[in-house]
Design a protein around this ligand. Structure first.
Ligand SMILES: CC(C)(COP(=O)(O)OP(=O)(O)OC[C@H]1O[C@@H](n2cnc3c(N)ncnc32)[C@H](O)[C@@H]1OP(=O)(O)O)[C@@H](O)C(=O)NCCC(=O)NCCS
Length: 391
């Protein structure tokens, strides 16, 4: 098998998916993808669009403006028609699946230069829009139990995650994200793009819209549950509705060497795993266990971990069960620059985003670590886990 190395990864800032307040409310998801495709070619001049063997692009809801968005964004960018593009979905792990598919194509020797991407605009293509559940599914599940917020509530109850611990985790996610932003840690991954402020004026956006540097535990404690009367999951302990795109340039090591490109990490292994859709948030538990079983690694062999924060309840359940870090935030190696609760979670983008952030965290905060781990859950019990290794 060929080795597959990561050459570069870029993302748009994450915008709030809101018709009046979202910084990217005037942009379409294909335009967000064009921004990241373009940035990869501008930053890596040795690679031209015509050199790319193929693209895999993940999105959680491939309907409306996101229908075959990978291909249509590529063509709308004026790039060569011969480069094939495959838009795929398995809900939130879609962007991570795109990386796995690209890596496998490279490792088998079928391709040498791949782009894997993820995109979601939760304002233009809302969660669940155009969804038509198979009626037969309802023999097995109550439709309401499959709604994301309800799954987060069930995880909180079954894994006994307290409201206080969830609020504490959301507090630290925001604090760490704000500190990372203020220290310029996201500069290598964020491509500044034009957006609009609340008043409608054009502005260059170079940071995520959702991060709350002034987050307060006192305010959070007063917030009402968002999904269930007497529940414990609030807007503060949920990932917010977001718009964003991310793209990763991957290559066979042989091709990267031939082009004189530098790299520090390679794709080691990726696994997909399923779990009960009514507690979809615990998906990283079986996914990471499967990855550990296949590699023989244990948590102590891993440096940083990027675990997508769909909700604080499911993140805490996964961290505790897998013994990835302390019982409670602040964590030492999980999401050291904050997570999706603060940064935002553009569904199909996030699997690519956490992988890119993981590579940057490895390089800057854990330069001696051999391995980094990224994992996320997804609607209907889809989950993914991905291991990167220092070369
Ligand atoms: C929870 C959810 C329903 C809230 O949506 P919403 O009602 O539109 O609310 P917002 O996110 O705009 O937040 C509601 C209010 O709480 C406030 N808020 C949110 N987090 C806060 C915090 N940490 N501290 C103080 N206020 C906070 C917001 O500012 C907003 O008030 P504002 O409009 O005055 O600014 C929505 O974000 C959601 O569905 N999230 C989950 C998405 C999901 O399922 N993803 C898939 C996971 S697999």
């Amino acid at each position: 098998m060929q080795e597959c190395v990561f050459i570069d990864g870029v993302r748009t800032p994450n915008g709030r998916a809101h018709r009046e307040k979202g910084w990217f409310r005037k942009k379409r998801p294909d335009e967000l993808l064009t921004e990241v495709y373009k940035a990869l070619f501008e930053r890596n001049k040795a690679v031209k669009p015509e050199d790319v063997d193929a693209l895999f692009v993940g999105t959680a809801n491939p309907s409306g403006m996101q229908n075959d968005v990978g291909r249509l964004a590529w063509l709308a960018s004026g790039y060569p028609v011969r480069v094939p593009t495959n838009t795929l979905t398995n809900q939130c792990p879609s962007g991570m699946s795109a990386i796995m598919h690209a890596a496998r194509a490279i490792r088998t020797g079928e391709t040498d230069i791949m782009i894997a991407a993820g995109v979601e605009d939760m304002e233009k293509v809302p969660m669940g829009a155009n969804m038509d559940f198979p009626p037969r599914l309802l023999q097995y599940y109550n439709g309401a139990d499959l709604l994301m917020g309800m799954t987060a509530e069930k995880v909180a109850e079954q894994w006994k995650i307290s409201r206080e611990d969830m609020d504490n985790m959301a507090y630290w996610s925001n604090k760490k994200a704000a500190a990372a932003r203020d220290a310029g840690k996201f500069k290598n991954e964020i491509v500044p793009i034009m957006g609009h402020d609340d008043a409608g004026n054009e502005m260059l956006v170079d940071q995520d819209q959702w991060i709350r540097g002034d987050v307060s535990k006192e305010k959070m404690a007063t917030m009402q549950p968002s999904f269930k009367p007497n529940g414990s999951v609030t807007a503060a302990t949920s990932s917010p509705l977001t718009q964003g795109a991310c793209a990763v340039l991957m290559m066979s090591r042989k091709k990267a060497d031939a082009l004189g490109l530098s790299y520090s990490y390679k794709y080691s292994m990726g696994v997909l795993e399923g779990c009960d859709p009514t507690v979809m948030g615990i998906g990283p538990i079986p996914a990471v266990k499967k990855l550990f079983a296949k590699t023989g690694l244990t948590p102590k062999d891993i440096g940083p971990v990027e675990l997508n924060e769909a909700f604080a309840s499911q993140s805490l359940a996964c961290i505790r069960d897998l013994k990835l870090d302390n019982e409670n935030a602040p964590f030492e190696r999980v999401n050291v620059w904050g997570g999706a609760i603060a940064l935002g979670h553009p569904l199909g983008e996030s699997g690519a985003r956490i992988t890119v952030t993981l590579l940057n965290v490895l390089k800057t905060e854990f330069p001696d670590a051999k391995y980094g781990l990224a994992s996320l859950c997804g609607a209907f019990g889809n989950a993914g886990a991905l291991l990167v290794e220092k070369v």
